[in-house]
Design a protein around this ligand. Structure first.
Ligand SMILES: Cc1cc2nc3c(=O)[nH]c(=O)nc-3n(C[C@H](O)[C@H](O)[C@H](O)COP(=O)(O)O)c2cc1C
Length: 354
């Protein structure tokens, strides 16, 4: 590989300078982080699942007013107002639509017809095959070491499997933080890397300092995978809350969940009726206890408690294992520049020893 290897199918498809993506993280990937990433020459993605439709529209306009570079919006394909969000993406000329859950064939077609690049995130080969067959332009594939909801197969196994299975560009996610990782992903056949935890830990990220400090202090073994928060495998920092949830039996978890639900109901203004309705819908077809349902309905609020309010005691701090390797808070410009410089040095080192 030569330096030309750093111009990839991803940079060409999206029109960014570097094959690096900042992923959509709820409450974290707002206009400030996305603008800083875009101006650094990488692809920034706004997280919209934790925004209202109006907030999404103004966030998109804010980014557009601060950069001419392309950027993306991450949304849930199963959200009741997904069509409205798609309309904003199309009307406002957003370059990339990213999805946490596989979008339908119709949604992909609608976006592509409007000239939007569609890049769903997947955690398994069969999901990559499905969205590729439906016309997705590229996929982000997340290995099990990645932060937030995640699968059980490591990036080093999943990535080559997906690269071999589909003929659209594949972006590698889960466990990346530096230029060596970028070169390794390209060697596997990926068209770039996507990073969540690394971009959360920048000076441009709006996450409160006390929360960033918890991530910086974490060792790899302080990052755990639990199903106790919302019934799905969720990677996060091991905190007092997570430990208590892991230890507690059904009765204690229910009491704790009700207490949290009551606190968050007060803050979010949701009615008990709406929470019960959401809970019943969530419980259907899934093997969840009522306490998990209550906590799942509150997961966005648990994340908000940390990421916005700085409550390290109360909130959930989603994190990839790579948090254990990160000990500084560069700006997005410094980070992207460093990753690209390391990648070039690594490539030169490989060609000298080859
Ligand atoms: C704090 C946090 C919040 C996240 N929220 C979302 C989200 O709302 N939607 C989504 O598709 N992925 C979400 N993720 C997953 C990331 O987008 C990304 O795929 C993952 O962090 C990649 O692994 P890494 O952390 O090892 O870089 C989140 C991850 C973190 C760390």
């Amino acid at each position: 590989m030569s330096d030309a290897a750093l111009s990839t199918a991803l940079t060409e498809l999206v029109g960014v300078r570097h094959p690096v993506v900042q992923t959509g993280m709820g409450w974290v990937a707002g206009p400030r982080l996305v603008t800083a990433t875009a101006n650094a020459g990488a692809l920034g993605i706004l997280a919209s699942a934790t925004m209202t439709v109006d907030q999404l529209r103004s966030a998109v306009r804010e980014v557009r007013s601060r950069t001419d570079a392309p950027f993306g919006v991450n949304l849930r394909a199963d959200a009741g107002d997904a069509a409205e969000r798609v309309r904003i993406i199309v009307d406002e000329g957003v370059r990339v639509a990213s999805f946490a859950l596989a979008p339908s064939r119709e949604l992909i077609a609608r976006l592509k017809d409007a000239g939007v690049v569609v890049i769903p995130s997947v955690g398994a080969r069969r999901h990559a095959e499905k969205v590729a067959a439906w016309g997705a332009d590229a996929v982000i594939v997340q290995g099990g070491e990645g932060g937030g909801h995640t699968g059980s197969v490591a990036t080093s196994v999943l990535l080559p499997q997906v690269v071999d299975a589909v003929d659209i560009p594949v972006v590698a996610a889960g466990g990346f933080h530096d230029g060596r990782g970028l070169v390794a992903a390209l060697a596997y056949g990926a068209a770039g890397i996507a990073m969540g935890t690394r971009f959360l830990l920048t000076s441009d990220s709006t996450v409160p300092d006390a929360v960033k400090a918890r991530y910086l202090a974490a060792a790899v073994t302080d990052v755990t995978l639990t199903t106790k928060v919302d019934g799905l495998p969720h990677r996060m920092l091991r905190t007092e809350l997570v430990d208590a949830l892991e230890r507690s039996g059904r009765a204690a978890s229910l009491v704790r969940a009700v207490r949290h639900a009551a606190a968050f109901r007060r803050e979010s203004g949701a009615s008990w009726a709406r929470m019960v309705r959401d809970g019943v819908a969530m419980k259907r077809g899934r093997d969840l206890t009522w306490s998990q349902v209550l906590l799942a309905a509150n997961t966005p609020m648990l994340l908000k408690a940390s990421m916005v309010e700085g409550r390290t005691d109360l909130g959930v701090m989603a994190a990839g294992q790579v948090a254990g390797l990160i000990d500084d808070l560069p700006s997005c410009a410094e980070l992207v520049d460093r990753v690209m410089t390391e990648a070039r040095t690594t490539l030169r080192g490989l060609s000298h020893t080859g």
